[in-house]
Design a protein around this ligand. Structure first.
Ligand SMILES: Cc1cc2nc3c(=O)[nH]c(=O)nc-3n(C[C@H](O)[C@H](O)[C@H](O)COP(=O)(O)O)c2cc1C
Length: 324
């Protein structure tokens, strides 16, 4: 079955599946593997650290795949953001993703350069704002997801179905998606495609330790720690304290601290300094996307499994064929 949606047209890829931005992890090699598998790879600009390295990484990615890939620029986390965006535009990247906060000025620069702009957000309100600013698609991450969370975030199912009633540009659903059923479910809710962070991390090409991948295979969504991290509201005292610190520390450090509070870690005060030390220990970043992780396939096997599984489900829906 052909998987042509507005999104595959926009992204110029075979399947409406996007790789999520992954700070410290989303390098050019990983992005190239995802694009080669027929999905849309994402190079996370913050991983490259400098504009010069980003240019080099984009070129390496182009050498590794003839397919299109995107670049994510996360506001507040991406160093040298203005120069980084300049490099991305200069290197001819067609689809550029912004994330976190409002990204109006970056969106405008992307659109003025004639490129496609996708903005990632956690709430319908912010997605509507991005659409109004000219975003070509919006990415909505529900509560089941990980990364930056929002105190007003809703579960993925509610978020996407609600957004589908109000948003006209293609919606990319994210948050706890990781297999054929959740992929199809997101499309049924009104999304034109899905984005996955956690589930893509459980692949052989992902540059994280085998130790962490084993942890993902063994993890269950009803583990109280995982459940708490993904679903519980932040500790009000920590939230208040970190909000007061805004402006007192460099923005990326503050965002690291805020993310730790939102993910209910009590190490938020030391997290910015630890960030470069022990990624596995500090990060422990995984979402309900681990529900479907029972082995570590290659990226291609992972994408093929989703597509094959989705085709099988649709073909198995006999009742659809019996309808007059
Ligand atoms: C380790 C890790 C690092 C991430 N870093 C970023 C980032 O730098 N920028 C960003 O926009 N999102 C980042 N995210 C969020 C993902 O791009 C994506 O929105 C999220 O993983 C979707 O939820 P899922 O994990 O349930 O698929 C990160 C997620 C993980 C797991």
């Amino acid at each position: 079955m052909k998987w042509k949606t507005q999104l595959t047209e926009l992204l110029n890829c075979d399947y409406p599946i996007l790789q999520g931005a992954l700070s410290r992890i989303g390098n050019w090699k990983f992005a190239a593997a995802v694009s080669e598998a027929g999905a849309h790879g994402c190079l996370t600009a913050a991983v490259s650290m400098t504009p010069e390295k980003l240019r080099d990484d984009i070129r390496r990615c182009k050498d590794a795949t003839d397919k299109d890939f995107g670049v994510n620029i996360t506001v507040g986390m991406c160093p040298h953001i203005d120069e980084m965006l300049e490099v991305v535009l200069d290197e001819g990247i067609e689809v550029i993703e912004t994330a976190v906060f409002t990204a109006d000025e970056y969106g405008k620069r992307i659109k003025d350069a004639g490129r496609k702009w996708i903005h990632k957000t956690a709430t319908l309100k912010h997605a509507l704002h991005a659409e109004k600013q000219g975003a070509d698609a919006v990415m909505l991450v529900g509560l089941e997801g990980i990364g930056f969370k929002n105190v007003l975030q809703l579960p993925t199912m509610t978020t996407i179905a609600w957004a589908a009633k109000h948003i006209k540009v293609p919606i990319i659903a994210a948050g706890g998606i990781g297999d054929a059923r959740t992929f199809l479910g997101a499309l049924a809710l009104g999304a034109e495609g899905v984005m996955m962070g956690t589930a893509f991390m459980a692949t052989r090409e992902c540059p994280i330790s085998d130790r962490f991948k084993e942890k993902m295979v063994k993890a269950f969504p009803d583990n109280p720690h995982l459940r708490h991290r993904v679903l519980a509201p932040p500790n009000p005292g920590d939230y208040e304290a970190v909000m007061k610190k805004r402006g007192e520390m460099p923005l990326p450090n503050w965002l690291t601290a805020l993310e730790r509070v939102m993910l209910k870690h009590d190490d938020w005060e030391i997290a910015p300094e630890m960030w470069n030390e022990d990624y596995d220990r500090l990060s422990n970043m995984m979402s309900f996307g681990v529900t479907y992780v029972d082995h570590i396939p290659t990226v291609k096997e992972f994408v093929d499994n989703i597509i094959e599984g989705a085709d099988n489900i649709i073909n198995g829906w006999e009742f659809l064929k019996r309808r007059p």
